[in-house]
Design a protein around this ligand. Sequence first.
Ligand SMILES: [Zn+2]
Length: 216
Amino acid sequence: MAEQRAQKGIRERRPISSSPVPRPSSHFRGLTLVELVIVCGIIAVLAGIIWVVMAPAREKARLVTCISNLKQIGLAYQMYRHDWDGIDPEEGRKLQWWELGLPKGGAFQLFGLGYIKDERILFCPNWRRDPFFNTPGPRLTKSYRTMYGPDEEALPEGRKFSEIIAAMPDFPLEICVLHDPMYFVVPRLAEKVLGVTVLGEVKWYEYSRIKRHWLK
Ligand SMILES: [Zn+2]
């Protein structure tokens, strides 16, 4: 008897389990517009926090790439200078760029001659992020700026490269201005720039210190 009832119970229950699931609207009425706006607002705030927290980390990663690029460019300069028997710079000694064994055309020429194999190291990863450079026009051959010039007649203030290198033996050959924290706030007013020296060392420079030696 009990068994029969149990069987009946099962039989009675079966149609319930196979019946359509109760509509969620009966329990869950959905979000009102105000609630939806609040949820979107919370998501936006969280996304903003993640963005703010992650941005310095991403900039740091790009900075590491830029330093790596400049180190490789410095190494290429070293190889070229070695091949051309370049003299090391020395304070008080006025050396011409060719005595230092520097290529006439800077890092881009090093790429053309095969001392730099990968063209990408001629571009700072921040360069493509800079709207100033993303204006239409001829494609740049590199983002780093060469700080010495074979054409000494064209130098501002009558400065000769040989005088600059005698006064500042660690004068950078190539610089990147795209990493100063101020740069993205007030573009073109970077206070610190990354540069690679004649001896291939990558270091920070006070922009004001080298700006007066600006060559090209
Ligand atoms: Zn850079």
